[in-house]
Design a protein around this ligand. Structure first.
Ligand SMILES: [Zn+2]
Length: 344
């Protein structure tokens, strides 16, 4: 008979508890934070995968450094961080992440982003859940998006940290083909029902949209870090408390945006027409079409020759006079925020 004890010294969601039984080989290392605090990193893998695992898990230390920058220290310092090989793809069990990505890059070897992925999706995504889901947990599974939208958004923080903001933006926008826009991402309260699976890809695009609206990266990143490292660390939270914190910290009221993106299936639709009124002179007529009333979100215009103009836009039709050198180069910037463009 063999007895094994696994001790968790922090609060834990019941779905984060698991058993992994196998003939594991173990290796480990120590990650040292800038202030000298040390985190134990332990890996349990099949003995025949030991060398592959040693190479693959070299990603963990740089990941911890990036996550520290964007999210703060690993939330479960006393319990340590572990990756445990499993026969299934992955799961964010608290401080014992199930790893089954076959030691491959991307998602089982596939580069779903088409940007030349260099990281192991399961290591990056499931580890992100230690902050989003395991430390900050939704009060009701209706708000499971707090786990998945933020965790998917965290993937892009890792890309921004390792490859810069331009590549991170490409990474986020590469999520678009995986979005259905068929059902709301927030479920109904009180009936144990999650919202739509769009909470992953669309949710990441929505948080990138919030960043665009806030228009102050330092403030935005301190807000994201504040959510998981201060305000709701080891706590349960609902959508209202989550958005109240974001609104207070950023000084923006993002409630109508939240409602349109999370409580409705459709994304905002920007309609516009462009009319020539003189030499290089145009009148732009534009507005938002949304399910919610009083939708208010800026839009960036690409006037060609590297000139951008950020304009305010609401549900009311507005006009704006523009000077455009080459009308054929005019376009609406669609990578910074997530919406549909219709040219009338
Ligand atoms: Zn996830």
């Amino acid at each position: 008979m063999h007895t094994q004890t696994w001790f968790i010294s922090y609060p834990i969601n019941n779905y984060n508890v698991t058993l992994n039984i196998g003939n594991y080989a173990h290796f480990g290392e120590i990650y040292t934070y800038r202030d000298g605090e040390k985190l134990n990193l332990d890996y349990y893998v099949m003995p025949y995968n030991l060398e592959k695992a040693k190479a693959q898990f070299k990603q963990v230390k740089p990941m911890m450094e990036c996550y520290d920058k964007f999210l703060g220290k690993y939330p479960f310092m006393r319990d340590g961080y572990k990756l445990v090989e499993t026969p299934y793809l992955g799961m964010e069990h608290q401080s014992a992440i199930a790893y089954g990505n076959n030691y491959k890059t991307g998602y089982l070897g596939s580069d779903y982003s088409k940007i030349g992925l260099t990281f192991d999706y399961i290591v990056i995504h499931e580890s992100g859940h230690e902050w989003w889901g395991n430390s900050v947990s939704s009060k009701d599974v209706a708000d499971m998006w707090i786990h998945e939208s933020l965790c998917t958004y965290t993937e892009s923080m890792y890309v921004e940290c390792t490859s810069g903001p331009k590549v991170a933006l490409q990474y986020i926008n590469a999520k678009k083909p995986g979005i259905g826009n068929d059902k709301p991402m927030q479920g109904p309260y009180g009936v144990s029902q999650e919202g739509d699976g769009d909470m992953y890809n669309k949710g990441a695009l929505v948080f990138n949209t919030f960043r665009y609206v806030v228009n102050n990266d330092a403030l935005w990143w301190s807000t994201i870090k504040g959510l998981c490292d201060t305000a709701f660390k080891y706590k349960t939270v609902d959508a209202k408390e989550f958005m109240d914190y974001i609104n207070k910290k950023t000084g923006k009221n993002l409630n109508t945006l939240f409602s349109q993106y999370y409580q409705h299936a459709a994304i905002p639709q920007f309609t516009y027409s462009l009319k020539e009124t003189g030499k290089k002179k145009y009148t732009l007529t534009y507005r938002w079409h949304t399910d919610v009333a009083n939708f208010d979100m800026p839009v960036s215009l690409d006037l060609g020759s590297g000139t951008f103009e950020r304009i305010n836009c609401t549900n009311t039709t507005q006009t704006r006079e523009l000077k455009i050198n080459r009308a054929e180069k005019f376009r609406i910037e669609e990578d910074l925020a997530y919406f549909k463009v219709v040219k009338l």
